[in-house]
Design a protein around this ligand. Structure first.
Ligand SMILES: Cc1cc2nc3c(=O)[nH]c(=O)nc-3n(C[C@H](O)[C@H](O)[C@H](O)COP(=O)(O)OP(=O)(O)OC[C@H]3O[C@@H](n4cnc5c(N)ncnc54)[C@H](O)[C@@H]3O)c2cc1C
Length: 579
């Protein structure tokens, strides 16, 4: 074994949670090491949309959206029911606005608002029509200097030629490229610069979404002197006098011991790729296609359990579900595409093998998969098909096949998209019951011609309407499916990652079975049991809490107290000086 490394705080994993904890602790004066198992930093966070659910954040206040803490608390209490944990929800709601202000004031992280994005369940008391989300502002990869080669590359399926596209005006421009000269010019510039970046740097340098978040946090970490160790997997925690005080790292140079005087933060990205733990906790786990990075193999849960921590198995769902289609590539590999956007547009329905619809397709991703799993009898394949017209595909895209002018033919040739001149022919090509599908589409069309969806109420919530197409009236979420040719893509159950994780207290300290904290051990992000209790009340409910509990853990480990930067920021928030 090599000579031990000494530090104050070891952070295991370099996604949102780990980087947030590391940057916070370093800004409060600690000597911090991040150990990342992969050669590149960023984890699933780098592949994500990067949205952070942070009610009462300073950017909402700046836009005049001022709400009492009771509003989001009421919303969560109503959505989470018996899974509502008052102490942790309070800690999150108190700290989230301070976390945003702290990073904005003290680090390279800057934010843009998502003030128009509503909470998912608009009919539930406490739901907000906006003001609850922020995202990292776009970032120029050149700002990372030499660190750029250590930044995880984006997820192939969610980029356009390697370029990450941000929900909101950026995405709208790409969707309207053939319809508006302004959009065309904007996209031409974005893509033009991107092509130059590909030639000069071999990768996208216009960073957005989760990649921008990771890049900005990496910049901040380096600025604050955080020791960034990649290709370094934590394999064992070290204890002294009952407290966690370090770890053993597996590196290219062999095993290294690391002493961490203030302890260790576990932020390894949950257990989406731990087949055994998934089998124990996920329904039909053999039919599950997670979108998380392959290195999220449950190391945090295992490391925590080895020193007395426990994984919470009582959540309403073990994972953050998302419908996924499987993309066959020419080299024989299979990609996983998250269906986030097109399900909410007018003129598409989701159906089962019997041809029947089973849910409001425009609701949240988690809800689509939950409804699909509920509707399919045990033992049958968990799958559904999103069915639309060719015209719909050309307008909004279908799965990984992009809208016009990007050609759709390669996806038809590969079998990813099934086609039919009639609904019955499409059904036969998909293996769906033709009579069932004809009946379901016919039934849907009757209401859709009036802009209604009596069966499932599409367009009944602000969230539905936000996901729809404002140019379509009277209901932006509903349009008939009546002029062929018809297209469909098969959708299976997937996830963004896990919700179940180590039990912690409101300070992110990992708890023993007795409920006592294990001194020196923290968990944040997907390594911590989600405070959302297995529900998905809004977009951004993974990274918002991951950033916030990383911040809480970093401050706690640093012994931050009333006189420090965090509370000064809180005072500014109360005075409204962020307005
Ligand atoms: C396509 C997509 C879009 C998404 N969009 C959003 C969104 O907009 N908003 C939102 O809230 N959520 C979103 N999510 C979910 C979100 O990305 C994750 O829940 C979140 O990023 C997890 O962050 P984390 O810090 O817990 O883990 P990660 O970001 O996964 O980081 C964990 C890191 O730990 C490393 N690691 C693992 N084991 C070890 C070890 N033993 N030693 C050292 N390092 C180790 C891993 O390699 C990894 O780099 C999305 C997910 C996907 C896939």
């Amino acid at each position: 074994m090599k000579k031990p490394i000494d530090c104050d705080l070891l952070v295991v994993g370099s996604g949102a949670a780990g980087l947030s904890a590391a940057v916070t602790a370093a800004a409060h004066g600690l000597k911090v090491v991040i150990a990342e198992k992969e050669p590149t930093f960023g984890g699933t966070t780098a592949w994500s949309g990067g949205w952070m659910w942070t009610p009462r954040n300073p950017l909402a206040r700046r836009d005049g959206i001022v709400e009492d803490i009771e509003q989001p608390r009421t919303y969560l209490r109503n959505v989470l029911g018996p899974h509502f944990d008052e102490a942790k929800v309070n800690a999150f709601l108190e700290a989230a606005p301070r976390m945003v202000a702290f990073f904005d004031e003290n680090t390279a992280l800057r934010f843009e608002d998502g003030n128009k994005i509503p909470d998912t369940y608009g009919n539930v008391p406490g739901a907000a029509a906006g003001g609850h989300q922020v995202i990292a502002a776009p970032y120029d990869g050149r700002e990372l200097g030499g660190l750029i080669v250590r930044l995880r590359r984006p997820m192939r399926e969610t980029t356009f030629m390697g370029l990450t596209i941000q929900a909101g005006p950026d995405l709208r421009a790409f969707m309207n490229v053939t319809r508006s000269p302004g959009a065309f010019l904007y996209v031409a510039r974005r893509v033009g610069w991107h092509l130059i970046d590909l030639v000069l740097h071999g990768r996208a340098m216009q960073l957005r979404n989760g990649l921008a978040l990771v890049a900005r946090l990496l910049r901040s970490a380096e600025d604050l002197g955080v020791d960034l160790m990649s290709s370094s997997s934590v394999v064992r925690l070290l204890q002294a006098d009952g407290a966690v005080r370090g770890a053993v790292l597996e590196t290219a140079d062999g095993l290294i011991e690391l002493n961490a005087r203030r302890g260790v933060v576990l932020a390894t990205g949950g257990f989406p790729h731990d087949a055994e733990r998934r089998r124990a906790m996920f329904p039909a786990s053999d039919q599950h296609w997670t979108l998380a990075v392959p290195s999220a193999t449950g190391d945090g849960a295992r490391l925590g359990e080895e020193v007395g921590g426990t994984v919470d198995r009582t959540l309403a769902a073990p994972g953050a579900y998302c419908p996924v289609s499987l993309v066959p590539y020419a080299d024989g590999t299979i990609g996983r595409f998250p269906h986030i956007i097109e399900r909410g547009k007018p003129g598409i329905v989701g159906v089962l093998k019997n041809g029947r619809r089973f849910c409001n397709e425009g609701n949240g991703y988690h809800d689509y998969v939950t409804a699909m799993m509920r509707a399919i009898p045990p033992g049958e394949e968990i799958a559904s098909w999103l069915v639309c017209t060719r015209a719909f595909q050309r307008r909004y895209g279908l799965g990984i096949s992009r809208p016009a002018p990007v050609p759709v033919a390669p996806f038809i040739r590969s079998g990813y998209i099934k086609t039919g001149r009639t609904i019955a022919e499409l059904a036969r090509n998909c293996g769906i019951d033709p009579a069932g599908l004809e009946h379901a589409v016919g039934d849907y069309n009757v209401g859709a011609r009036r802009g209604e969806d009596p069966a499932f109420g599409r367009g009944s919530t602000t969230y539905n309407r936000y996901q729809g197409d404002a140019a379509v009236s009277p209901n932006p979420c509903v349009a008939p499916i009546e002029s062929g040719p018809y297209y469909a893509v098969k959708v299976v159950a997937g996830s963004f990652g896990t919700f179940a994780g180590l039990k912690t207290d409101a300070n992110a300290r990992v708890l023993e079975a007795s409920g006592n904290p294990i001194p020196g051990l923290y968990a944040a992000g997907t390594d911590m049991a989600s405070i959302m209790g297995g529900f998905y009340p809004s977009g951004g409910i993974n990274i918002g809490p991951a950033m916030t509990f990383g911040y809480i853990a970093g401050r706690y480990a640093a012994g931050a107290n009333d006189s420090d930067v965090g509370l000064a920021i809180n005072a500014n928030l109360e005075k409204g000086s962020y307005a």
